[in-house]
Design a protein around this ligand. Structure first.
Ligand code: DC
Length: 214
């Protein structure tokens, strides 16, 4: 099994880079952020308060989700592709992701996903540190906060740059400060600051490192 783990904060270029690497390697791609977003979506849809740990844990255990490589997501039979990226889910997701019962369930689903495919390219916050400590390559992508906010701001045009930057800083703090598998750099991670780099250059750098480690 060969797992390529790609971790980092929002706006670091993870999704774009992980997708491109999967294409170049002919492997499948899993966006684990979309899985946490799907649990948040399902909880909101069922009227469960995202701060209510036990019921949210139950939602994580019995929700049916299909997170596809093309970015589309089906949650309990409903197409949630657009809504999981919306402001409501984005506000709730850090709380849901700090819930240990949710993390236990999603970790198990992520390991099953990889096992069924003999590995793949998996992006998230704790993939190299916690979920796949034996990954063939652990990449940690980062970028300066203002660069990350500008990238996110370009994706969500209905919100102002200030709103996006504030929300990003809030989520960074929550993701790095939570007790259960916080966003962190693995000791043996390949760290890339993408602030001044284009997608092709990042992909080439990561693939060169993979070759070196293989
Ligand atoms: O990458 P994203 O913005 O779609 O991730 C959504 C949220 O999920 C983010 O606030 C952190 C959380 N997350 C996590 O805790 N662990 C992961 N492996 C992936 C995402």
């Amino acid at each position: 099994m060969e797992v390529i783990a790609i971790d980092g904060p929002a706006g670091s270029g993870k999704s774009t880079v992980a997708r491109a690497i999967a294409v170049r390697l002919g492997r499948e791609y899993l966006d684990t952020g979309a899985m946490y977003r799907s649990v948040a979506f399902a909880a909101l849809r069922r009227g469960v308060d995202p701060t209510d740990d036990e019921p949210v844990g139950r939602v994580a255990r019995d929700v049916e989700m299909e997170v596809r490589g093309d970015g589309s997501v089906v949650v309990d039979g409903v197409d949630a592709t657009i809504e999981i990226r919306g402001p409501e889910v984005t506000r709730a997701v850090s709380l849901v992701a700090a819930n240990p019962a949710v993390r236990t369930e999603l970790r198990a689903r992520q390991r099953e996903w990889a096992k069924a495919r003999g590995g793949g390219v998996i992006e998230g916050r704790d993939i190299g540190t916690v979920v796949f400590p034996d990954a063939a390559l652990k990449v940690y992508l980062d970028a300066r906060p203002e660069v990350r906010a500008a990238r996110r701001s370009n994706e969500v045009r209905e919100l102002s740059y200030e709103t996006v930057a504030t929300d990003l800083a809030r989520r960074d703090a929550l993701d790095q400060g939570r007790a259960d598998s916080p966003l962190a750099t693995a000791d043996d991670a390949f760290v890339v600051d993408t602030s001044e780099m284009g997608v092709e250059a990042i992909v080439d750098t990561v693939l060169a490192e993979l070759e070196r480690r293989r």
